[in-house]
Structure formats: structure tokens, C-alpha cells
Design a binder for this molecule. Sequence first.
Ligand SMILES: [Zn+2]
Length: 325
Amino acid sequence: VRCLGIDLGGTTIDWVVLDADDDAGVVARGGEETRAERGPDSVIETIAAIARSAVDEHGIVGIGLGMPGPLDLERGRAVFVANMPGWADFPIVERLERGTGQTVALLNDARAFTLAELRLGAGQGVSDLIGVTLGTGVGGGIVVGGRLLLGLNGTAGEIGHQTLDPAGPRCACGNTGCLEQYASGPAIARAAGLATAAQVVEAARAGDARARAVLAQAGAYLGIGIANVALAVAPELVVVGGGVSAAGELLLEPACAELRRRLTVMPAERIRLVPAALGRDAGAIGAALWASRHRRDVDMVRGAAHQRRGRTTEARCSAQPNSEA
Ligand SMILES: [Zn+2]
């Protein structure tokens, strides 16, 4: 079964066609500019065009759409999307299904990342893990017993919005002192007085003491945030991805040290903190996996309904001789 996975971001739309059977693999990949300023109708049309050519060329049978922001999975809409005006409450799933004739499964992008790393990346074979994405925001996903945790309307895993300091800076989500205010790309850039987190990493690699200290501080906050979630999940593995994770050890070493220092009540030395393995494709791969799972679930529901109908007929047939007797 081949599915199309879309990773919709503020600047690019990355996509993969994934063969989602047992030896899952990427069959094709590509990317387009989002042109978010043109509004959701135009972006949906760009995605629909990608999907139509994926149907023609690869025979895909489902679309997974990963995108940022708190989503309303039940209604197939976004609650709000930072940096993409006009997306709040836009009927994303409905429009894309109408434009493609395909089933569309929606998922938060960090959850898609986590699912991809679990199935095909750094988390293969692991039962309990936490996925963290560090970029414009801080996203997350939680896997317990080998299954991605969705929780209430798919919102489980919003670890970037846990409170680290009640008196901290106001977050875009409305809360104050969220992890995102200390460990996201913009937060790191702001703390170092530079334009981007990539510049901070570059300066740190060149030996700049302030840049190194800023990354160490962001890493420590990240470690506290992960420790808080670990207390609830007790994961074997924490997978860290997203653009800012390119800082590598400059960020992950202090995060790991802080994690171990904070976790006094569990075998913290057995929790591995590793960089993501799938790189840029992770979000799109996870979205494609989500589409194939969604398809299976739909098939299962149909199968169960079919079986129920079968049983009803059977019962009626066998009831007949009994009633005559
Ligand atoms: Zn927040």
C-alpha cells in the first residue's frame, strides 16, 4: 500500500510517497514552496496537485497531512497555526479530500515526526519513547507500549508548552514560561542577540563563549522539560529532531546531564537521549505512516461491520429451526 505523506510548514511543503507495507520505504520525495501568504485555499491547491500526480505516478491510496499547531482532529481543522494566517478553523481535511478524491488523515507534525522515528528511525524496536522537535516551536510526541499516544483530540505530547517558570515570558499559546520560550530556535537566537539559532550554533562552534553558554542553558531547560515528561512515561529513549537539533552535542549534552540530575527516582542512566535518524523527511514519512494506519482502521471498522452483518444473518438462520421446534 502506497500513501502520500505531506509535511506542511510555514516555508516549505515536503512530501514523500511511502510504501507502507512491512519493509516500508520511501518510493519518491519532493518539496514545494508553501507560499503561505496566499492563504489556505491556494496552499491546499498546491497539496492537491502534488497528490493528483502521486495518484497518477505511484497509485497512492491515502494522504497523511502533518502540520504545526494545535489541531482539532475530530473536525479535521487547525485551532491556530503560528506564522500561517487564515488557517484557524479552515476545513483542511474536507477541502483536501474534495480536491483529490482521497482519504486524508490529519496529524500534528511533531507527532508525525515521532511516529516516523518509532517505525523507521532511531526508535525502531523501542516500546516507550518521547519525541521532541526543536524548531520555530518545540513540539513533541509520546509513544507508550509501541503506540503513539493521541489523548484528548490528539493533543497528547504538547511538551513544548509545559510551564518551566510561571513568571517567565508570555508564549504564543497564551501561557507563560513554556519550555518553548527557552529551547526553540527564536528563543535561542534572542538569548544570544543573533538573528537565527543557526548563527548561534555557528558562533559556538567557532568558540564564542556567549553562544556556547546560551546553547548550554537552552539544553539544560530542554533537559528539565524532558525529565518532567519522563517522570510520567519512563521512556527508554528520547529522540530529538528539528532544525535546532543540528546543534548536536552543544545542546544534547547539557540536556542529558540535566535530565540525569533531575531524575532521582528512576534509572535515569538507562534513558538514552539521541538525535533523530530520518532527517528532513521524518515529518512526511510519519504523515504517510499515519495515512496507512488510518486506512487500516477504516478497513477494520468496515470489516467489523461486515462481520456483524454476517453474524446477524447466521443467528437468524439458526434461530429458525429452533423457533419451529
Ligand atoms: Zn506555550
